[in-house]
Design a protein around this ligand. Sequence first.
Ligand code: PRP
Length: 184
Amino acid sequence: MLDNRSEFERVLYDGKFRILLSEEQIDARIRELGKEISRDYRTKNPIMIGVLNGGFIFMADLVRYIEIDLEVDFIKISSYGDATTTSGSVKMLKDINAEIRNRHILVVEDIVDTGLSFQFLTKKFGKFEPASLEFVSLLQKKDNARVDYHIKYLGFDIPNEYVVGYGLDHKQILRNLPSIYVMD
Ligand code: PRP
């Protein structure tokens, strides 16, 4: 029989992937992060810089749980392409437009894995001497770190497994899955 199902449907129905973090778990944690950030940045009018592509859904959900003035901008970088392991070099595909000197900057990532993107962004933004520079990341794979890094606002520590959904892709698709799945 011809199987016309999309990859999206296979993930949901084939049992090849299992849920690591459900929509409800993700939502509850983002709500907490939003509260923390609202408290810490109340008078600071931060610029939140979303890291594309993976961070787009997290960024959109997070800012709606932050109840203070803030600005947004986006940067697009890539080091994995369609591969499952990092190429080791981070390429910038789109820069920010905001003036960040003397501003409070929060970089919003979907995942910090080896830490190479974190290192790249820290160096890049650090040169402009922002008033402060901190990271928010929904996920962290601490066991896979190749460099030292510190995430001030972390959603979840996850094991070193291949995850997709909620912004994270498999060969550019599956970002639109509402939960985060791991391949068994
Ligand atoms: C992913 C993710 C982070 C980075 C983390 O981006 O969005 O930016 O990898 O990995 P690292 O800690 O090993 O550097 P990717 O290059 O896959 O691009 P994408 O966001 O467009 O999927």
